[in-house]
Ligand binder design. Structure first.
Ligand code: SF4
Length: 412
């Protein structure tokens, strides 16, 4: 939603692009101990799993001044970690200098002897956040004197590529008497910084479908809609959906009607049907177990019983192995495929979040076979429905009552 959302203090994309251009082919960082991922956001809401990146940056406002909060050492994979805050305000004209200091310390001390311990999260964890920060600050002070920051004109040059499209004022509301249209607007549209527009999520999660898949014809429909109604722009989301970032509110009925005709109007964002699933054993040579058929069966089951709507926000994520491409550590409900003596088995975990209330999910206990894990998800959601208090999401109830009631339902 970057550059379109109503709640951002700035458009984070020029800063992300500045960092991309700075870091690509940077001679000092062309042989880092391992891969490195940076996320930049500019709102309280975290829609980019920011603290689960090697470096996470949140652009914030202090008085009238914009600056950056820096987090370092997050990640998923076999050793999931939440990045601690290492600096709560870096003036934006020192952004690259501070990032360079973070990378220098990692480049100097990150382990190269063991690829599983070579990520920055291990360094930050082993040194401790305070010591890592001390070293970064020392390096930062040294580099400020050297003047490595690109000139301001460079940011302005890049920002010009992210200029707003020519928005026009129009209606701020629309007739929503059609219940199906109303449900889609509620679930799939997000507030835009221009009040005559919204950002509209195209769900690639039809009940029983393969998460993130679209047919050639559906892709043509999305391309046409982007051209006609969203200034020729669509974005692929990490949630395996597609976003039309700038849709005039007046155009929503037409957009929805075309999506509906193409089988793309599922109104199920952030529900248990909106599952993130990695390719798993169907495609991936590293997998222990299949992810896709599991996602299909779960979404079909919950959609058919109508339970999905009753559950509200519930993020379920599936990975076919510990590499965690399906972000299972950060699922309200996470499922991990494991190998049990040559058979597919699934570990269930609860309580993860990749949003601003970030947390890592905890394993419930012994794993299940495919039928068993689907039944387990059902039991877990039953506990939630029985125990939730007013307005609580699944995650809130889990945090309030803890793991025990869920374990009792699963294993007793
Ligand atoms: S999590 Fe594992 S199985 Fe799934 S795509 Fe990644 S490497 Fe492959």
């Amino acid at each position: 939603f970057a550059g379109a959302a109503a709640d951002e203090v700035a458009d984070p994309r020029p800063y992300a692009e500045l960092m991309r251009q700075w870091s690509s082919f940077h001679p000092e960082f062309s042989y880092l101990p391992r891969k490195f991922k940076i996320a930049v956001i500019a709102s309280e809401k975290d829609r980019a799993a920011m603290r689960l990146h090697d470096i996470g940056i949140r652009i914030v406002k202090r008085g009238e001044e914009l600056g950056a909060q820096f987090y370092a050492g997050g990640g998923m994979g076999r050793t999931p970690m939440i990045a601690p805050l290492i600096r709560d305000f870096v003036p934006l004209d020192q952004l690259i200098t501070y990032a360079e200091a973070c990378l220098r310390v990692y480049n100097r001390y990150g382990r190269r002897d063991n690829k599983y311990k070579a990520r920055i999260k291990i360094l930050v964890h082993e040194l401790g956040a305070a010591e890592y920060t001390r070293q970064v600050e020392e390096e930062f002070a040294h580099m400020l004197a050297q003047g490595v920051e690109p000139p301001r004109e460079e940011l302005a040059r890049i920002a010009a590529f992210f200029a707003d499209p020519p928005f026009v004022d129009g209606p701020k509301s629309i007739d929503r008497s059609n219940p199906a249209f109303d449900a889609w607007v509620k679930a799939n549209t997000h507030r835009h910084k221009h009040d005559s527009y919204v950002s509209a999520v195209i769900s690639l999660k039809p009940a029983g479908g393969i998460p993130g898949d679209a047919t050639a014809e559906q892709m043509r429909v999305m391309a046409r809609l982007a051209k006609q109604y969203s200034f020729d722009e669509l974005r692929v989301m990490h949630t395996q959906n597609v976003l039309l970032p700038h849709v005039a509110i007046a155009d929503l009925p037409a957009v929805w009607a075309e999506l509906d005709a193409a089988g793309l109007a599922a109104a199920n964002m952030d529900t248990i049907e909106d599952i993130i699933a990695c390719p798993g054993l169907d495609y991936c040579s590293l997998a222990n177990a299949r992810s896709i058929p599991l996602a299909q069966r779960i979404s079909e089951k919950f959609a058919a019983t109508g339970k999905s709507a009753a559950l509200g926000e519930l993020k379920l994520k599936i990975s076919g192995c510990i590499n965690a491409c399906g972000h299972h550590h950060a699922g309200h409900i996470g499922i991990l495929g494991v190998d049990k003596k040559g058979r597919e088995n699934y570990q269930l975990s609860l309580g993860g979040s990749e949003a601003e209330d970030v947390s890592l999910a905890k394993i419930t206990g012994p794993g299940f076979d495919e039928d068993g894990v689907i039944a387990a998800v059902e039991k877990v959601t039953d506990v939630y429905l029985a125990r939730r208090e007013d307005g609580e999401r699944f995650l809130d109830t889990y945090r309030r009552i803890g793991m025990e009631p869920f374990k009792e339902a699963l294993y007793v």
